[in-house]
Design a protein around this ligand. Structure first.
Ligand code: GLN
Ligand code: ZN
Length: 759
C-alpha cells in the first residue's frame, strides 16, 4: 500500500451494471428489496477490494448510493418533502426519486458540468430537520468488518444548500443555521466510531466562483465542523474547476486537508505557496476522474514535482481529480476493442494503479521505485509515446483543411435568406413539423442489432428501414403535417450514429457511465482527427424525399452536441476538436442540399451543457461553440433553410448567443412552461423563426385539440404568427406509435382551428 494514495469516490452501478439490473427488477416487482441490498453489499465489497488490492490508502465509504448521493443527504437530514411524509423506508426513498401513483418525483438536474444528474432537495423554512446517520455509519462499519478503514464521504452543507431549492421561495443559504447543527451531530457520531476518522466533505459548489455572501459562510461553518472532535481529520474537496477563492478562506480554518483538482482546475496551482505555508495536507487530483485516457505519468509526475516546490512532499496525497463515478469501470470487458486503442485507455480500475504509481513516484522518486514499478512506469511511457505518434490520430489532410477554411458563415443576411426560403418552400403561417425521430419500435431496434451482428444482410436491413420510412411518411402526409421527416429509424443515438461514420471515433463494449438512477450512457470517444469518409445521412434522407411531394427535412446533430456527448481526446483543445466536426457536418449539408433537400435541421441538444462552471470562461466557450455551429452550416445556400433544436426551457442567459448562431428556425422545449419562456424572445426582439414545443413528449399523455389551441393562442400573445412554427417539444422516439398518431393529429387539428380563427 502506498500511504499517500487517494480516490475521491468509486463508481457504484457495477461493472456489469448489476445495480441497474436489480433496481429495475425491484421496481418491476420481480424481486425483493432484500435482493437489492444483497447486490448492493456485494458491489460495495467488490469496489473496496479493488481499491485495497491496488494499494489505495484512502478508500471511501458512503460513496455508494441506491439512487443518488444528494437524495441520500436529503434523507440523512430529514429533508423529506411533505408529499412523501406518509411513506417510509425504501418505498419513500424511491418515491422521492421516481414518483409514484400519487406523488410527482423530486426534480432532477445536472451535477455541475457532468452528465450525471442528481435529485434536487426541496427545502422550506417551516420544515424541521433531523439527523438519520444510519447509512453513513453502517457503510463505515460494513467496510470495517472487511478489514478496511475508510474515509467517509459527505456532501458538504454549503454545496447541499447551494444545489437545493426553496419551495417557499427565498434563499436556501438562509437555512444554513438549521443544517450545520445536524452536520455537527453527524460528525460527533462519526468521531465516536474510531480513534481517528477521516471525513471527506465535498464542496464542489466552491468552484463555481461563488459570491462574497457564500464565501462568508465558509469560515464559520468549517470552524464549527472541525471543532466537533479531535478524532476527526476533515478534508474539504472540490473538483471540476479551481476553487481559489474558497481555498484562501479554508486555509484559515482547522481543516486537515484540501482536495483540489489539478486536471480541470489548473489555476489551483496559482495559490500553492499559500497552501504550503498553511501546513495543511494537499490531496492533489492529478488522475483525470472523468475521462478515459491513460494518464501521462511523466507529465503528472512533473506536475507533482511542481506542487512539491511549494508543499512539503510528506503532506501531498495523490488522488483522482474527482470521483471516478464519471468513468466506466474496467477495461477487462473490452475484449473486442482494437488492441492499439485499448492501450491508450484507462477506466476506473486501471486508474487506481496510476494513482498508486504516482504516489510511489511522489514519495520515493524514480530511483526509489522497485523493479515491478519501473516496468509499469516504462509501459506507461511507451503507451503514451505510441499514442502521441500514432498515424491513426494525426491526419494531415484534416489538419490542413481545418486550418485553411475561409468560410465561417453562410452567405446572406437572415432577412435576405428568409425571403428566398419562403418563396421556395411556400409555407404558410404556423407551419407544422416534428423534431425528427418517430417511435423506435422493438422491430426497428432488433433490425439494427441483427444488422450489426451480421444476422441479416444489408439489403434486408435497408428494406426494413425503408418500409419504416414509407409508413412514417405516409402517416405524416395523412395527418396533415407540413414539413416531414424520415423518422430516424436507423439511429441508435443522435451522437453515436454520427460517431460510427466519422474517422477518429472509437467505441467501447462496456464503457457505461451512470447518468441518473439506474440509467447509464456509453459515450463514444474521439481519439483522433475527425473526418467524414462518405455521406452519413444522404441515402436515407433522399429516399424519404423520393416518397413524397412535400418538403423532407434532413436531420443532423451539431458539432457542439457531438462533442459534449463524447469522451474527448485530451491531446487537443475541445475548441479544435469541435471545429473538425463542424467541417465534417458542413460537407454533409452540402451533399444534402445538392441532392435537393431544402430544409436541414442541425440539432444542438447539448449546447447548453457545455457551458463552463465559471462565468469568466463563458465568453470563450460561446466564441468557439457559435463559431463551429456557423461553420457547420456555412455550406448552406441562402435558399436552404437551416433549423436547429435545443432541449431546454431556459434561454434568458443565452438568448443573444442563440441568436448569433443565426439558424433560420429554432425549435425549443417550452411545452411545460406555457408561453413564459418565450417572452425573452420577444423582449430581445429575436428576429428568426421559432418553434416552441406545444406539447410535452416526455409523458405518454395525449394532448387534446383544445389544449393545443389554447397553447398556440398563448404563444400568439408573444410572437406573431409569421414567426411561429408548431411542433412537439422534442423527438418522438421514446413514445409509442399509438400515442404519437393521436397527439400529432390533435396538434394538426389544433393548428387548423387557430388558422381558421385567424382568417
Ligand atoms: N432529432 C432528434 C430526435 O428527434 C433530437 C433529439 C434531442 O433533441 N435530444 O430524436
Ligand atoms: Zn430535444
Amino acid at each position: 500500500m502506498s500511504k499517500n494514495s487517494y480516490v475521491v469516490g468509486f463508481p457504484r452501478i457495477g461493472e456489469q451494471r448489476e445495480l441497474k439490473k436489480v433496481l429495475e427488477q425491484f421496481w418491476a416487482q420481480q424481486c425483493s428489496f432484500d435482493e437489492v441490498e444483497r447486490v448492493a453489499s456485494e458491489l460495495k465489497q467488490r469496489h473496496w477490494k479493488y481499491q485495497k488490492e491496488a494499494g489505495i490508502a484512502y478508500i471511501s465509504s458512503n460513496d455508494f448510493s441506491l439512487y443518488d448521493n444528494m437524495l441520500d443527504t436529503a434523507v440523512m437530514l430529514g429533508a423529506v418533502p411533505k408529499r412523501f411524509a406518509h411513506l417510509s423506508g425504501e418505498t419513500r426513498y424511491f418515491a422521492m426519486a421516481r414518483g409514484n401513483q400519487e406523488c410527482v418525483a423530486m426534480e432532477m438536474t445536472k451535477w455541475f458540468n457532468t452528465n450525471y444528474h442528481y435529485i434536487v432537495p426541496e427545502l422550506s423554512v417551516e420544515d424541521t430537520y433531523c439527523l438519520d446517520a444510519s447509512k453513513v455509519i453502517n457503510e463505515y462499519n460494513e467496510a470495517k468488518a472487511l478489514g478496511i478503514t475508510t474515509k467517509i464521504n459527505l456532501i458538504g452543507p454549503i454545496t447541499f444548500l447551494g444545489l437545493s431549492k426553496r419551495v417557499d421561495r427565498g434563499d436556501t443559504y438562509e437555512l444554513l443555521g438549521k443544517i450545520v447543527p445536524l452536520y455537527e451531530e453527524l460528525l460527533a457520531n462519526i468521531a465516536a466510531l474510531d480513534d481517528a476518522v477521516t471525513v471527506q466533505i465535498d464542496e464542489p459548489i466552491f468552484v463555481t466562483g461563488v459570491d462574497t455572501k457564500v464565501l462568508s459562510l465558509i469560515k464559520p461553518t468549517y470552524d464549527a465542523l472541525c471543532s466537533v472532535s479531535e478524532h476527526l481529520q476533515v478534508i474539504v474537496t472540490t473538483y471540476f474547476e479551481h476553487s481559489n477563492e474558497a481555498t484562501k478562506v479554508l486555509l484559515n480554518t482547522p481543516v486537515w486537508g484540501l482536495g483540489l483538482d489539478f486536471v480541470y482546475g489548473k489555476e489551483n496551482l496559482e495559490i500553492l505557496s499559500l497552501v504550503g505555508a498553511s501546513n495543511k495536507h494537499l490531496i492533489a487530483g492529478v488522475v483525470d476522474g472523468r475521462n478515459i485516457w491513460k494518464n501521462d505519468i511523466e507529465a503528472s509526475n512533473a506536475l507533482l514535482e511542481r506542487v512539491a516546490t511549494h508543499v512539503d512532499s510528506a503532506k501531498i496525497i495523490v488522488s483522482s481529480s474527482c470521483s471516478l463515478l464519471h468513468t466506466p469501470f474496467t477495461l477487462k470487458y473490452e475484449a473486442r476493442m482494437d488492441a492499439e486503442l485499448k492501450n491508450w485507455l484507462s477506466y476506473a480500475v486501471e486508474k487506481l494503479d496510476e494513482i498508486v504509481l504516482l504516489s510511489a513516484l511522489c514519495s520515493r522518486g524514480l530511483h526509489g521505485l522497485n523493479e515491478e514499478e519501473i516496468s509499469v512506469f516504462q509501459n506507461n511511457v511507451d503507451a503514451n509515446k505510441k499514442r502521441k505518434s500514432s498515424s491513426r490520430i494525426h491526419d494531415k489532410a484534416v489538419q490542413n483543411r481545418v486550418s485553411s477554411i475561409t468560410k465561417f458563415e453562410r452567405e446572406g443576411s437572415y432577412e435576405e435568406r428568409i425571403v428566398l426560403q419562403k418563396k421556395r418552400l411556400g409555407y404558410k403561417e404556423l407551419t407544422t413539423t416534428t423534431i425528427g425521430s418517430f417511435p423506435q419500435t422493438p422491430e426497428v431496434r432488433q433490425a439494427r442489432r441483427d444488422f450489426k451482428n451480421a444476422v441479416i444482410t444489408q439489403e434486408a436491413y435497408e428494406a426494413q428501414m425503408k418500409a419504416y420510412i414509407d409508413d412514417c411518411v405516409a402517416f405524416q402526409e395523412e395527418c396533415g403535417l407540413d414539413v416531414l421527416v424520415h423518422g430516424e429509424p436507423e439511429r441508435n443515438d443522435m451522437v453515436e450514429y454520427f460517431g460510427e461514420q466519422l474517422n477518429g471515433y472509437g467505441f467501447s463494449q462496456n464503457g457505461w457511465v451512470q447518468s441518473y438512477g439506474s440509467r447509464c450512457v456509453k459515450p463514444p470517444f474521439i481519439y483522433g482527427d475527425i473526418s467524414r469518409p462518405k455521406p452519413m445521412t444522404l441515402m436515407w434522407t433522399t429516399y424519404a424525399q423520393s416518397r413524397t411531394q412535400q418538403v423532407m427535412k434532413g436531420m443532423l446533430t451539431g458539432p457542439v452536441t457531438i462533442l459534449n456527448w463524447s469522451f474527448v481526446r485530451d491531446d487537443l483543445s475541445r475548441d479544435a476538436v469541435s471545429k473538425q466536426i463542424a467541417v465534417a457536418i458542413s460537407d454533409e449539408i452540402d451533399d444534402l442540399q445538392k441532392a435537393g433537400i431544402k430544409i436541414i435541421q442541425v440539432d444542438e441538444a447539448a449546447f447548453k451543457e457545455g457551458y463552463p462552471l465559471r462565468s469568466d470562461k463563458i465568453a470563450e466557450y460561446e466564441r468557439w461553440a457559435v463559431r463551429d455551429f456557423k461553420i457547420a452550416v456555412s455550406s448552406a445556400m441562402k435558399q436552404t433553410q437551416i433549423h436547429t433544436h435545443m432541449c431546454y426551457s431556459e434561454f434568458n442567459d443565452i438568448i443573444r448567443t442563440i441568436e448569433a448562431m443565426d439558424a433560420d428556425v429554432i425549435s425549443i422545449e417550452t411545452a411545460r412552461s406555457g408561453n413564459e419562456l418565450l417572452k425573452i424572445f420577444k423582449e430581445v426582439g429575436y428576429k428568426q423563426e421559432v418553434g416552441p414545443g406545444v406539447y410535452d413528449i416526455h409523458s405518454p399523455r395525449i394532448p387534446s385539440v383544445e389544449e393545443i389551441v389554447e397553447q398556440i393562442e398563448k404563444l400568439l400573445e408573444v410572437l406573431p404568427k409569421e414567426q411561429l412554427w408548431i411542433n412537439p417539444d422534442c423527438g418522438l422516439k421514446t413514445r409509442k406509435w399509438d400515442e404519437v398518431r393521436k397527439s400529432l393529429r390533435n396538434m394538426v387539428r389544433g393548428v387548423q382551428i387557430v388558422r381558421e380563427k385567424l382568417a
